[in-house]
Ligand binder design. Sequence first.
Ligand SMILES: Cc1cc2nc3c(=O)[nH]c(=O)nc-3n(C[C@H](O)[C@H](O)[C@H](O)COP(=O)(O)OP(=O)(O)OC[C@H]3O[C@@H](n4cnc5c(N)ncnc54)[C@H](O)[C@@H]3O)c2cc1C
Length: 555
Amino acid sequence: MTIEREQLEADVLIVGAGPAGLGCALRLAQLIDEHNKTGKTPALSTENIYVLEKARELGAHQLSGAVMDPRGLRELLPGFETSAPAGTLDTPVTDDAAYFFTRNVALKFPITPPPLKNHGNYVISLSKLVKWLGGLVENTGVNLFTQFAGASLIHEGDAVAGVITEDKGVDKQGKPKDNFTPGYELRAKVTVLAEGPRGSLTKQLMEKHKLGGLNPMVYSLGIKELWDVPEGRIAPGFVAHTMGWPMSSDMYGGGWIYGMRENRVSLGLVVGLEYHNPQFDPHEAMQKYKTHPFVRRIIAGGKMVRYGAKSFPAGGWYSMPRNFVDGALLIGDSGGFLNAQKLKGVGMGIKSGMLAAETIYDALCAGDASAKQLSSFQQRVEKSWIKKELWACRNFHQSFEHGFWLGMMHTGLQMFTGGRGLFDPWRVGPGHQRYHPLDGAERITARFKGDGALTFDRLTDVYHSGTRHEEDQPCHLVVAEPDICAGRCTHEFGNPCQFFCPAAVYEMVEEKGQRRLKINASNCVHCKTCDIMDPYQIINWVVPEGGGGPNYEGM
Ligand SMILES: Cc1cc2nc3c(=O)[nH]c(=O)nc-3n(C[C@H](O)[C@H](O)[C@H](O)COP(=O)(O)OP(=O)(O)OC[C@H]3O[C@@H](n4cnc5c(N)ncnc54)[C@H](O)[C@@H]3O)c2cc1C
């Protein structure tokens, strides 16, 4: 079927309204305002900037710890401390600590390791921050569309020329329903991909232009719960990071517990998506984490109010893709702008957006959006604090390749050698290649149920993520070769998708004596773990109808 699409022309199209996309839009609007005030040519207008966001409202797909290093925001909005609406910056960090957990004991580090020191930072609600920034962007005249997803890239030759948004009103079989509305063809001089981790358009672009860095990007998955706890359990602004249990020593990961105002606690577990055991269940590990006496003491008797899961890029400087091509830039998590050692990407995402905006402004003035012109983005990054920060931990994540203890030793060495350590650059492969086959190992069939008070099964947690999708639409988790699931994958790895998905999307079921993969796509919280961790790379996460997905209010 050929579909007639409405065409819209813009100067700049930004896909993704997270900290990076909104930082880019706001900085560009500031530059255009200064440009027009001084009467420079060509005349530029903020109305020619479009921002697309797949969530049903601004901030609904934002999930982070979230302790923010305010550097990026301060550069974008000097004096933000007084202008941010109440509750956006929940509380300044008042104290920080690091612990090593064994099953029953929490051993406090005598001093907090420098990357985990958080004085001067803020505990925030990222979704509230994004809502606020989005409002500021809209006030400048920029067109911001929520519930619209970029589904495919438009190319003119090798150059990116815009994006086609998803078709709305298509049924499960791919047929148009009564409310069918074709996606728009949004053409732009510069397209900015700010889709967060493992963006679906970013993936298309990276494959087409072979943009990968020295190392492939590796990711971690963060599973988070927000709790309201009885008074006096944790001071607002107290920030704790934990290592050790429930992660085994051959894995990368750890936990966080952040005290917020009004007896609210952000807690969660980060799991490096390169573990060996294909039956490892990150959601179950997070539930066990809460049973540690240290954590239990804080949350017991409280109430879980929100749940979420999301991946983030953890590879660092050597995994960053080339961030510019003809007509397009990659920013924020999509471009790998995250300091995994500090677990900080909000401020860096904003800063990458600002540098992209300055690059785009020059391109619009020059009437040239070629890769050569846009390559000044990379030069700007190299001259900024982003490079300084990422260079100092360029071998950090890789050094955990052989387990926690060797990783800690290498990290210590890297801190004394400006990030160099023993091997520089430290090369690693993608996470999905590091599974060990099951061979004779016992196959897990019983799944974690939880006690319903402190710990929960996955469906209860998904309920608390506010996730909702239109049921009658094509499955947005596209499995290229389903035969592999019931055959090779069952035999070799025991279907890891049943275990790694923190939202119970994937199930292996028996029907009429046949084993097959059942996909509960409407549970999907858009964490992208399946796209990252499927051992055969046959799962492709594509955008569902705009407006679907989690609702991370207050996260
Ligand atoms: C569990 C966890 C804990 C973290 N803790 C911290 C922390 O404490 N401090 C910190 O600084 N950082 C933290 N981070 C990292 C931080 O959240 C990210 O680095 C930051 O949000 C990146 O911003 P971004 O704008 O690049 O991406 P995102 O915030 O992911 O925003 C991308 C947006 O694009 C939208 N989108 C994606 N694809 C499309 C499409 N095709 N069409 C339309 N819209 C699309 C998404 O819905 C989303 O709203 C954490 C991350 C995780 C997962």
